[in-house]
Design a protein around this ligand. Structure first.
Ligand SMILES: Cc1ncc(COP(=O)(O)O)c(C=O)c1O
Length: 479
């Protein structure tokens, strides 16, 4: 196993049995609530330490953390890498604020995560939204539309581009084409690769990653597709980003009391990748393909493959993601997800037309005897014509990509302006002060500074968003 400098530093400290006169207040579990201790165990709580001395300092690493981060950078081929204890959320914000200043234009796809909108608010930058590839056949935002993004970049001459690749649903765009244009136009390419931390070890996909195509920086949620604890992520940067400034932004977005459980899990996740990543990911991808073949054979189901993705105009599909639709058999993605849940299987995501299942390094062939007969049983119910009461709403949502409202004000300006709650149904003609990004579809439907129209209100209502949103008052109202 590859060395784990941070975990080793924690081990040494715990073996020394120090008497803690410092935080955290539970002091290696002694003062933890009994109910927590009984579940987590003293051994785990001992690792919940605070920064300082041999455990280093996340915001100014010189020892074990610096070493662990350097090993991470070497593994991915980055110039510098940083552990994140507030998920890719903090990393996207830090990258965006480093790449863009107030009033700078940033091109980003209309499937960017909400952290990109928070980044825009903090930076004061102006979004130039690029349309995406929406799949009507599967009812989901499949991925970035690179041609449209390049057009938007050429006409806006934006300072930077934030790509989201892969998408949540696993669509992988031709990032290298975008990277070349960004370079020609002297625009900084940063990438939200929250869902792509595993791709560099899959031979067919390694050349499609942000670092491989020469992006200035990217973030990856090590807790999503790798083995780190929930919320743990990392950020990679290259010489194209000003390092000091990036670190300043990370200090702003990250806690001054980072969790060593999360940090140690990042150290171990990197070591796991370095030692066994190739084999484990090869197994995960092969398993996903086997499940895909089996499920696609049962009547009523479709499983997206690379060719389907390419027909939709997307370069590729993450081989560890299973996008399954039962629309042909008469069930929405919501109904399929609820049937899977009744059988004890929790999906990553359910849209109107499809569900998303993740296969990771955790999975092996032992799941086949559960999954295969389950889909066979569901297929029989589909064939028997069992109805789904939400099918017509689902079909209509599949066929309608979300509208892209007009940006009339920078998100920061709108977010900070005087605003008051307004019933959605009465909000036409007003400017939103809020971000509305329900899950699914999991993309921004309305951002601060966007004009609310009847189209948007209707779409939000069909997604189940009712009630009130904050809209600008006084001078902020656009007639
Ligand atoms: C595309 C994308 N970017 C960023 C994030 C935020 O990641 P994290 O949960 O690690 O903060 C998510 C979360 O789902 C995401 O889907």
């Amino acid at each position: 196993m590859s060395a784990m400098p941070l975990l080793a530093a924690l081990d040494r400290l715990i073996q020394d049995k120090p008497y803690l006169m410092q935080t955290p207040g539970h002091k290696m579990g002694r003062g933890a609530p009994e109910d927590l201790l009984a579940r987590f165990g003293r051994a785990t709580l001992c690792y919940d330490m605070c920064e300082g001395q041999e455990l280093d300092d996340l915001h100014n690493p010189q020892g074990a953390l610096a070493e662990a981060q350097a090993m991470l950078a070497t593994h991915y081929g980055a110039d510098a890498s940083f552990f994140l204890v507030n998920g890719s959320t903090a990393g996207v914000q830090a990258l965006l604020c480093t790449a863009c200043g107030p009033k700078d234009a940033l091109v980003l796809p209309r499937l960017a995560h909400r952290s990109a909108v928070s980044g825009l608010i903090t930076a004061g930058a102006r979004p130039v939204w690029a349309p995406i590839k929406w799949s009507c056949g599967w009812g989901l935002p499949l991925g970035m539309d690179v041609t449209a993004t390049i057009d938007v970049l050429r006409s806006s001459r934006a300072r930077a581009v934030l790509a989201t690749n892969p998408s949540y649903w696993g669509g992988i765009c031709d990032l290298s084409r975008l990277a070349v244009v960004c370079q020609d136009m002297n625009s900084t390419l940063i990438v939200d690769e929250a869902w792509g931390g595993h791709l560099h070890l899959l031979p067919d996909y390694a050349s499609r990653t942000a670092l491989a195509v020469g992006a200035a920086g990217c973030v990856q949620s090590a807790h999503k597709t790798l083995g780190a604890l929930n919320q743990a992520a990392w950020l990679h940067s290259t010489g194209r980003l000003p390092l000091e400034e990036l670190q300043e932004w990370l200090r702003i977005f990250q806690s001054s009391s980072p969790s060593y459980l999360l940090l140690a899990s990042l150290d171990a996740a990197r070591a796991q990748l370095a030692s066994h990543g190739h084999a484990l990911l090869k197994r995960a991808a092969a398993l996903a393909q086997e499940i895909a073949r089996t499920v696609a054979n049962w009547p009523g189901f479709r499983v997206m493959d690379r060719a389907d993705a390419q027909n939709e105009g997307i370069a590729d599909l993450d081989p560890c993601r299973l996008v399954i639709s039962a629309l042909d058999g008469g069930w929405s993605g919501w109904k399929l997800a609820s049937e899977l849940l009744s059988a004890g299987v929790r999906c990553e995501l359910a849209g109107p037309g499809s569900v998303l299942l993740l296969i990771t390094m955790a999975d092996d062939e032992s799941i086949l005897p559960k999954i295969t007969p389950l889909f066979q049983r569901l297929s029989r119910r589909l064939e028997s014509g069992e109805p789904d009461e939400h099918l017509s709403l689902a079909r209509s949502l599949c066929l309608s990509p979300p509208p892209m409202p007009e940006v009339v004000m920078a998100p920061r300006e709108a977010f900070l302006a005087d605003a008051s709650p307004c019933r959605l149904s009465q909000a036409a003609g007003k400017v939103s002060a809020s971000l509305v990004a329900p899950m699914p579809p999991g993309l921004p439907l309305l951002c601060p500074g966007e004009l609310i129209t009847d189209d948007v209100i209707d779409y939000l209502a069909r997604c189940g968003c009712q009630g009130e949103i904050r809209v600008l008052t006084g001078d902020g109202i656009v007639d």
